[in-house]
Design a protein around this ligand. Sequence first.
Ligand SMILES: NC(=O)c1ccc[n+]([C@@H]2O[C@H](COP(=O)([O-])OP(=O)(O)OC[C@H]3O[C@@H](n4cnc5c(N)ncnc54)[C@H](OP(=O)(O)O)[C@@H]3O)[C@@H](O)[C@H]2O)c1
Length: 170
Amino acid sequence: MRISIIVAMDENGGIGFENHLPWHLPEDLKRFNRLTMGHHLILGRKTYQSIGRVLPGRRMIVMTRNPDTQYAGVDVVPSLEAAINLAESRGDDEVFIGGGSEVYRSVLPITDRIYLTRVHAQTQADVFFPEFDPSEWIEISSEQLGADEKNQYPTTYTILERVCAKHVRG
Ligand SMILES: NC(=O)c1ccc[n+]([C@@H]2O[C@H](COP(=O)([O-])OP(=O)(O)OC[C@H]3O[C@@H](n4cnc5c(N)ncnc54)[C@H](OP(=O)(O)O)[C@@H]3O)[C@@H](O)[C@H]2O)c1
């Protein structure tokens, strides 16, 4: 099973502000929906609360350390390992990690692919994507999109694949 991060970040690596996305980019949300549809989507508890609802067509797995947490219509798990094992046990061929920052940090060493939207702006952000070594990744596709009346900033959609051995799971 491929482990894929999906993330949008600004020019400083900013990904969120006050538990929301710092931009309005409906094209990016469409891409997110298209890519994740039919797959498992793993989220940290804060990101799930920020989205605030079950996304149709995806099996959502929410990570929390609080054993009392429950959300209707999603699986709640106590660790990244439990989240990935659940997606794998159900036969998914690609699991998507949808953030946020804390979850990206822990999954990065075992990630195969990053669907990265570069937002060409410097936004006000209070959470950031973790530092990563560009030499470990190769860009397999890239597509630019300008800003328009609906999409606040220009973006570049890229897909990065790991070129070196990833850390072994388990
Ligand atoms: N630009 C993007 O693509 C993008 C994508 C996603 C999110 N975001 C933004 O990122 C921000 C949220 O990120 P965040 O880092 O603050 O929070 P987060 O990663 O969404 O959630 C953190 C919470 O997840 C749980 N958690 C994390 N790691 C865990 C682990 N290893 N085991 C068990 N539970 C674990 C904990 O929940 P408990 O506290 O309940 O134990 C932790 O407090 C928001 O601003 C959001 O809008 C941006």
